[in-house]
Ligand binder design. Structure first.
Ligand code: FES
Ligand SMILES: [Fe+2]
Length: 342
């Protein structure tokens, strides 16, 4: 990975369910990546560019656990080693393709973009909350024509809900009366809203009576580059959070290029009973909120900068936006650290 992207970080590369036997290509932080599931079920990830004349291997074919280039037939093993040359018994020097450490966890595929020997799986952000006894969460992937950090700005400052999400999540100004706190623990950021004594929020419908007064919270956790876990919670006014109704959401942005991103989202259900009708409603609500409301404003704001530098345009601070600001600053610090140690 080259600047402006972090190297020493885990990028979400895909939902586990996206990767099967077929050759699958996705550009991650500027690198074309080929992924496929080996016969033993383990996912292989290689740079999707043949070392001969640079054809995408994803246009080739699998031969067992190897991949044959579609252009002149060099064949590569799942670890990137060249294992067959149709023109000679001698394997060409320097033909090995880069392979990338990948780990499947919590229904997602994580790719380490730094030196393989430094890949520490303990630093993969924890999304175990998504995995409920009733099965995997509802999930999706939204392509976004914007730099990935514009997604972070959006998610680390949920005050936009009141303006952007009038067709989905907006809660009649509830967030304006809330308390907002941003804090940092190591290189993890938290942007938390606390809204006591409010009307039962939408995620409790069917669980709490609509007239019940609730204490409501929206706690967002951020890890580089833009892997966010949101806890949407409500509890009857004055009761402990542990007794509350909680929904967990993943909002994970992986840069594709400097100007495009993959926005992976997932949500658990308010109840552990899976009901196809409720799932269809929830999927519709998420589609409206993310595709219909967030995406247009994020993309329009990004496009409106016409490639100018974010800080160079001197963005005004409203206080509520400090989560996104601190995430940007933390990434800058990490990039500087990587440059020093490179
Ligand atoms: S480009 Fe792959 S073998 Fe020539
Ligand atoms: Fe939003």
């Amino acid at each position: 990975m080259t600047a402006p992207f972090l190297r020493n970080v885990w990028y979400m590369a895909a939902w586990s369910s996206e990767i099967g036997e077929a050759l699958f290509r996705r550009r991650i932080a500027g690198e074309p990546i080929l992924m496929f599931r080996r016969a033993d079920g383990i996912i292989a990830a290689l740079t999707d560019r043949c070392s001969h004349r640079f054809a995408p291997l994803s246009m080739g074919m699998r031969v067992g656990d190897t991949v044959r280039c579609p252009y002149h037939g060099l064949t590569f093993a799942a670890d990137g080693a060249c294992v067959a040359n149709p023109f000679s018994d001698v394997l060409p020097k320097g033909a090995t393709i880069r392979s990338w450490p990948v780990v499947e966890r919590d229904g997602a595929v994580w790719l380490w973009a730094g030196a393989p020997e430094e890949a520490d799986t303990a630093t993969i952000p924890d999304f175990a909350a998504l995995m409920r006894p009733c099965g995997p969460p509802l999930s999706g992937l939204m392509p976004m024509n914007a730099g990935y950090q514009f997604g972070t700005d959006n998610l680390m400052d949920l005050s936009h809900i009141e303006f952007v999400h009038t067709g989905s999540f907006a809660g009649a100004g509830v967030i304006f009366g809330g308390e907002h706190r941003v804090r940092q623990s190591g290189e993890t950021l938290h942007s938390d809203w606390w809204m006591p004594d409010v009307a039962a929020p939408a995620h409790t419908f069917g669980i709490y009576p609509p007239e019940l007064r609730c204490d409501h919270w929206l706690d967002m956790r951020w890890n580089a580059p833009a892997s966010m876990l949101l806890e949407v919670g409500a509890t009857p006014k004055g009761q402990s959070r542990d007794e509350g109704c909680i929904v967990w959401q993943a909002h994970i942005l992986t840069p594709e290029s400097e100007t495009t991103a993959h926005y992976f989202w997932a949500t658990t259900r308010s109840s552990d009973q899976v009901d196809p009708g409720a799932d269809a409603f929830l999927r519709g609500l998420m589609g409206q909120a993310f595709e219909g409301e967030d995406k247009p404003i994020i993309e329009a704001a990004f496009a409106n900068l016409d490639g100018r530098d974010f800080w160079g345009e001197k963005p005004v601070s409203l206080g509520i936006d400090q989560g996104g600001t601190r995430a940007r600053r933390l990434i800058e610090t990490m990039l500087r650290r990587e440059t020093k140690t490179a």
